[in-house]
Design a protein around this ligand. Structure first.
Ligand code: ADP
Length: 187
């Protein structure tokens, strides 16, 4: 299973992705987590990425694509993977297609988590208090949502045309949403 999970910031992608990947026995690949790990380790990639992340902007495609290419080439991705937070731009969609195609692979399904925007802002503000993520301030949250609706939401129509989209209601308790995802995947 080669999967992508999409949805606005605060939709619970990360939370669901961890559980779903574990249950399917494939690696969970979160570009946000990889960037944050690089930031906390102070790597050159982290230093570059942090400026964008703290402003709620996307890290440039050239950087993100190279990072994902490297990650997907590892052996643990042979049985499949669950991509979380990638692709986020049309260029990333095209690049991902090219990376997979060169090994005769392709994306099998795209899970789209749908949520109520108001609820999402509230979740992110709560997370800001609990985890203190530097991009979870009210102003940066607004910007991240704007960027998502401008640049990433339209990608779902690309995948919809290919018949890959599984739309899943992301509102409700975590285990309830997980169950919806797993049953959509097996259906
Ligand atoms: P969320 O979806 O909740 O905003 P993520 O952890 O997925 O959080 O991403 C955090 C930040 O990392 C993004 O706002 C962006 O700056 C950067 N980022 C993550 N994935 C990508 C990507 N595919 N392309 C560009 N930037 C990315």
């Amino acid at each position: 299973m080669r999967l992508v999970i999409m949805g606005p910031p605060g939709a619970g992608k990360g939370t669901q992705a961890v559980v779903v990947a574990q249950s399917l026995g494939v690696p969970h690949i979160s570009t946000g987590d990889i960037f944050r790990a690089n930031v906390s380790q102070g790597t050159p990639l982290g230093e570059e990425a942090q400026r964008y992340m703290d402003a709620g902007e996307y890290v440039p495609d050239s950087i993100t694509n190279a990072m994902v290419r490297d990650r997907l080439s590892r052996d643990d991705c042979d049985p499949g993977f669950l991509l979380d937070g990638y692709p986020r731009t049309l260029e990333q969609v095209n690049e991902l297609d090219a990376m997979l195609r060169s090994d005769g692979r392709a994306i099998d399904k795209v899970i789209e988590l749908t949520v109520d925007t108001e609820a999402v802002v509230q979740r992110l503000l709560n997370r800001a208090q609990e985890q203190g993520r530097s991009d979870d301030t009210a102003e940066v949250i607004r910007r991240r949502l704007e960027v998502y609706f401008e640049q990433t939401a339209p990608l779902t129509s690309v995948y919809r045309e290919r018949g890959l989209i599984l739309e899943v209601d992301g509102m409700g308790d975590v285990p309830v949403v997980t169950e919806r995802i797993l049953s959509a995947l097996s259906g």
